[in-house]
Design a binder for this molecule. Structure first.
Ligand SMILES: [Zn+2]
Length: 77
């Protein structure tokens, strides 16, 4: 990765502690960010690749999620 090592742990779950359970870190995009009840939210779970040599972490989402988020973010400044 950044240091040139190929010793990478792929697709590690990125988690945070929710109120009662562990939740996935994720990206969220909204069709209508100002809507009170139905913003048309799309959530894309982040997966982390970790370099074992230097500890560098990079996040990614699925290509399908990336396409949807691109569409939803069109009207966001
Ligand atoms: Zn590295």
């Amino acid at each position: 990765m950044r240091c040139g090592s190929n010793d990478i742990v792929k697709k590690v779950r990125a988690a945070d502690i929710g109120r009662k359970t562990t939740v996935n870190l994720s990206l969220e995009a909204y069709k209508d960010p100002d809507a009170l009840f139905f913003p048309g939210k799309h959530r894309a779970p982040l997966k982390a690749d970790v370099c074992v040599k230097c500890g560098y972490v990079s996040f990614s989402i699925s290509v399908e999620d990336a396409i949807i988020i691109k569409e939803l973010q069109k009207n966001v400044d």
